[in-house]
Design a protein around this ligand. Sequence first.
Ligand code: PPS
Length: 568
Amino acid sequence: MQLSNLAPIPELYVSYESAQKLKHEAGALPSWDLSQRQVCDLELLMNGGFYPLKGFLTEADYDSVVDTMRLTTGDLWPMPVTLDVTEDFAAKVEPGQDIALRDAEGVILAIMSVTDKWEPNKSREAEKVFGADDVAHPAVNYLHHKAGKIYLGGPITGIQQPVHYDFKGRRDTPNELRAFFRKLGWRKIVAFQTRNPLHRAHQELTFRAAKEAQANLLIHPVVGMTKPGDVDHFTRVRCYEAVLGQYPASTTHMSLLNLAMRMGGPREALWHAIIRKNHGLTHFIVGRDHAGPGKNSQGKDFYDPYAAQELVRQHQEEVGIEMVDFKQMVYVQEKAQYYPVDEVPEGSTVLDISGTELRRRLREGLEIPDWFSFPEVVKELRRTSPPRARQGFTVFFTGLSGSGKSTIANALMVKLMEMGGRPVTLLDGDVVRKHLSSELGFSKEHRDINIRRIGYVASEITKNGGIAICAPIAPYTATRRGVREMVEAYGAFVEVHVATSIEECERRDRKGLYKLAREGKIKEFTGISDPYEEPQNPELRVETENVDVDNCAHQVLLKLESMGLIKA
Ligand code: PPS
């Protein structure tokens, strides 16, 4: 059912008194600690951002959404919003039972009346919803490697909103935004969705879009979860604040949306449109490759760049929001102003800086011209993205036991310390097992826990501007990828495969472990009785046979230099 953009939208919260009572009772229920993504989903479910959903999808609704982009009621809903849980937790819950949903601090946010429990076919979900069962897609990777095996579905009773400590004044529920628009008498409002900092071209295009629609403008950035590697939302919001002053007074407003994006291209664009409709907006800007996840594992784009616009255009009437074409704006040097790319006066000089080029300039500390961005925005970006040679990074060695990882890692550490400038920490396999993972063995589960611990520490070191050198075996591709993601949120991740063959490692047998493994005295030994999945695309592969340690460490240094992480 469509609601007018002025009327309040139904929320899933109960009254304050009922919430207090429910909270008390919920203490005794089985309770699920929500992931960051689930907290984002729950917030939008409870505050009406995901209207008409009344809870996490049931199995029938899930199947229907995956297959037809509609709920079983026939309402348009393109994105599965599901509660994935572990098998262990699922075993404790049966349909008909209530469960408490808690945030990371253990606060009970909602009660879910479980009606459905099932094991989804994740490959099918990936194919149908995201277009390919390819883990290069962040949402498909999430499905296969982060999401629990079992889905629970059922209606939600909202107890309280997730607490935010940052930018409180800029966070609005759909009803708060609707009330704001009502109060100001804004009847036509264009929404601009973004997960990137805004520069002059964006300011021009959004202003133009609003002017053409004779509407007001809402900058509606996503601050929940975006694409791994994006500029963090704290920096972005400071940048947006700076850009807001560039719009004519009282025409434009900004509100933050705590959405967890899936980078699902066309389906995601349509989902965004529905969410904006729920927030009281009447127009929605959709650009080229909206919510695009980048390249697939074959190096090709996942989606046709105009598929998102097409899908939203097809459904705009049903959603009740008008799509506005995103016009690519370019700077015309002779006129010293921005023009839509298709209106550039003939024979003039067009200037543009791509996202990749901007990141390069920031990384290398190069000039970012005034025509491209606003000085305050550039200042903010430089503050959080110092040139690469001053950022933290992680060098992650992987290879068989006895391949030479620790020896090269040690040599590299000493060379980096000799250069100075950044603190260097070595997280060697053996040392980590002594200090961080002494209770763990060598099953897949334990190895994964061990590697994730190393990844967590490395990501913290990287975040704080240090150099982490890791040297575990790390035999599993998916786990290494998980560590890469953790680290790349803060700095570069340099995977070095120490490619010594199993025959050579066994011949060296420096610790005498291979002999014991062959005799069956050590079980689950990597390369002998346990797998080692070789990295397919490491930043560097080093051969150690007939090459001395010094030379191997030097190869790593050269790689770091070529990536701009250290200065010669
Ligand atoms: S893992 O898979 O990344 O968690 O392994 P890691 O923490 O690097 O630990 C590897 C070191 O433990 C010793 N060791 C074994 N390795 C592999 N398989 C089995 N079953 C095993 N048992 C003990 C071995 O000394 C490894 O050290 P390195 O430095 O790699 O030789």
